[in-house]
Ligand binder design. Structure first.
Ligand code: ATP
Ligand code: MG
Length: 473
C-alpha cells in the first residue's frame, strides 16, 4: 500500500473527485517507478478512465491555490502546474501502429489497455487514486519483480513492442544506463533484430535519448549496449567504426572503441559536463582514418587529433547537436588532447606552456581533466607515473598563468595602435607586426605588457622600413 506516500494534495483531491463523478483515476508510469526506487520526481502522470480534461478541470477548481491549467483538446490531455509540480491528466487509450511511423492511431481504451501499451514492465505499474482502493499498487505485468531483478522487459511481445515504436529500443538502453539495470535477453535479441527500424525515428529523438545515456551514471554501459545491439552503426557509424583490432606481423593496436569507453567512464567520475563527456567520446574519432602500419614502429595514428577535430562539425551537424560554442569547445579539446602529454614527456619550456595556455584559454582545466581520463593503462604504477606527470604540468600551467596571465589573452598592442603609429591603412605589414609581437610574447622574448610590446613594435616597424609618425603611446 502506498497510501502514506501519496502526499501531494492533488492525490487526495483526485480521490474525492472519483467518488463524486464515478470516474477512475490512477497515477502511472515513471513517477510510480521512481517512487518505489526512492528517486524524487515532480512529474506526475494520471490516467483517467473517461475524460482526463474533465477530471483536471474539477481538480483545478478544488485546488484553491495558485496554479496553471493548460488543456490540449486535440490530444485529450490537460496539464496542471502547481508548486513546481507538473501533473498531466490523460484519458486511458489504446493504440494501433502502421509500419512506416512510430505515431500510433489512438483511440479511447480501458485502463488495462492503456497499461499494456507502455514500454517496459517497470514503467507499467500504477497506483490507484480511486476512493475505493486509494493507494493500492496495480501491477499487471510484474513490474515490481523486474524492479527487484533490475530487469528491463516489455509487457507485450518484445518484437511487436520495438517494431511498433523503435524509439523504445533507445529508451530500454537509456533506462539500463540510468538505473544500472540489465535488458532481458529476449528483449535484447528483439532490439538486435529491429535495430534497422530506428531509421523511422527522427534523429532529434534518438539523440535526446543518447544524451540522456551520456549524462547517466553508466554511459559506457549504455553505449556498449547500443553497439552490440547494432543500433549505434545506424545513427553514429563513426563511433561504431572505432571497434576492432587488426594484427599485422603479430602486432595489434588497442581497440579504440573500448579505449574510448574507458576514457568516458574515467571522465564521468570527475565531471558531469555533457560537452566534456562528448569531447571524451570523440577524442580519438580520427583514429580509424589515420591508422597506418609501419614496419619499424608498428601501428601509428599520426594527426588523428587534427582529422578528429575536423570531423566534429560534420558529426554534430548530422546528429543535430548544437553548432555553437559547445561544438567549438568539443572541437578544441579534441584538437588539443595530446598537447599536455607532450608537455609531460619533454623538459617543459615556459614557451610551450604559454602556447598551450593561449590556445586552450579558459578550457585548460577541462583539457587536463580529459587528459587524465585518457590514461587507461592496466598497470597501476604506469597510471600513477602519468598522473604525477600531469600534476607537474598542472603546476607549471598555474605558475606561468600566475606570471603571464595568458588565459583569454588579448594582445597588449592592437592593429589600430600599429596603423596609428606608422600612419598605415590595413595592410599585410600590420598583420606581420601583430604576429611578431604575439610570437615574441609566447616565446618569452618580451614580457606580456604594453610598454615592452610597443618598443618591440617600433623595432619590427624599423625592420620593415616603416617610419613612425610619433613615438609610441
Ligand atoms: P523520465 O521522465 O525519467 O524520462 P519516464 O518513464 O517518466 O522517465 P516519460 O517519457 O516521462 O518517461 O514517459 C512517461 C511514461 O509514459 C513512461 O513511464 C511509460 O509508461 C510511458 N511511455 C513513454 N514513452 C513511451 C513509449 N515510447 N512507448 C510506450 N510507453 C511510453
Ligand atoms: Mg517522466
Amino acid at each position: 500500500m502506498f497510501k502514506n506516500r501519496l502526499k501531494h494534495p492533488v492525490f487526495g483531491l483526485v480521490a474525492e473527485a472519483t467518488a463524486e463523478t464515478g470516474l477512475s483515476a490512477y497515477v502511472v508510469g515513471g513517477w510510480v517507478r521512481d517512487l518505489i526506487l526512492g528517486r524524487a520526481s515532480k512529474d506526475i502522470d494520471i490516467v483517467v478512465e473517461g475524460s482526463g480534461i474533465e477530471l483536471a478541470g474539477l481538480i483545478a477548481q478544488k485546488l484553491g491555490k495558485p496554479h496553471k491549467l493548460v488543456v490540449y483538446k486535440k490530444f485529450g490531455t490537460a496539464m496542471l502546474k502547481a508548486d513546481g509540480w507538473e501533473i498531466e491528466f490523460v484519458g486511458a487509450r489504446k493504440e494501433s501502429y502502421r509500419s512506416d511511423s512510430r505515431k500510433p492511431i489512438v483511440e479511447d481504451g480501458t485502463f488495462e489497455q492503456d497499461i499494456s501499451r507502455r514500454d517496459f514492465t517497470i514503467n507499467a505499474m500504477a497506483i490507484s487514486l480511486n476512493s475505493s482502493n486509494f493507494g493500492e499498487l496495480i501491477d499487471l505485468h510484474n513490474g515490481m519483480s523486474d524492479l527487484e531483478k533490475k530487469a528491463i522487459r516489455t509487457p507485450l511481445e518484445p518484437d511487436v513492442t520495438y517494431s511498433d515504436d523503435p524509439l523504445r529500443m533507445m529508451r530500454a538502453i537509456r533506462f539500463a544506463a540510468q538505473l544500472n539495470f540489465n535488458i532481458d535477453c529476449e528483449s535484447f535479441e528483439a532490439i538486435s533484430r529491429n535495430a534497422k527500424r530506428i531509421s523511422i525515428v527522427s534523429i532529434e529523438r534518438v539523440m535526446d535519448e543518447f544524451n540522456k545515456i551520456m549524462l547517466s551514471p553508466y554511459p559506457g554501459k549504455g553505449i556498449k549496449m547500443l553497439r552490440s545491439a547494432g543500433l549505434l552503426k545506424e545513427f553514429f557509424p563513426e563511433l561504431d567504426a572505432m571497434q576492432g583490432v587488426e594484427v599485422v606481423e603479430g602486432k595489434a593496436h588497442k581497440d579504440n572503441f573500448f579505449h574510448t569507453i574507458k576514457v568516458l567512464e574515467n571522465l564521468c567520475e570527475n565531471s558531469d559536463n555533457l560537452w566534456l563527456r562528448w569531447a571524451a567520446l570523440l577524442h580519438d574519432i580520427g583514429k580509424p582514418r589515420t591508422r597506418q602500419f609501419d614496419a619499424k614502429v608498428g601501428w601509428t595514428f599520426h594527426g588523428h587529433e587534427f582529422v578528429g577535430s575536423k570531423m566534429v562539425p560534420r558529426i554534430f551537424k548530422k546528429l543535430r547537436l548544437p553548432l555553437d560554442d559547445k561544438m567549438k569547445y568539443v572541437q578544441k579539446l579534441v584538437l588539443l588532447h595530446l598537447r599536455p602529454i607532450v608537455l609531460s614527456e619533454t623538459i617543459v619550456t615556459d614557451s610551450a606552456v604559454r602556447r598551450l595556455l593561449f590556445e586552450a584559454g579558459d578550457d585548460i582545466d577541462d583539457l587536463m581533466t580529459l587528459c587524465e581520463a585518457d590514461i587507461t593503462s592496466a598497470r597501476q604504477e604506469k597510471v600513477q607515473r602519468y598522473l604525477d606527470n600531469f600534476k607537474m604540468v598542472r603546476e607549471k600551467l598555474a605558475e606561468i598563468e600566475e606570471k603571464d596571465r595568458l588565459r583569454n589573452w588579448q594582445p597588449p598592442v592592437s592593429g589600430e595602435d600599429i596603423m596609428e603609429t606608422f600612419g598605415l591603412k590595413p595592410c599585410k605589414e600590420v598583420g606581420a607586426i601583430k604576429t611578431a609581437i604575439r610570437e615574441a610574447i609566447l616565446d618569452g622574448i618580451i614580457p606580456n605588457n604594453r610598454e615592452e610590446a610597443l618598443q618591440f613594435m617600433m623595432k619590427e616597424g624599423k625592420k620593415l622600413g616603416l617610419q613612425p609618425l610619433h613615438s609610441p603611446n
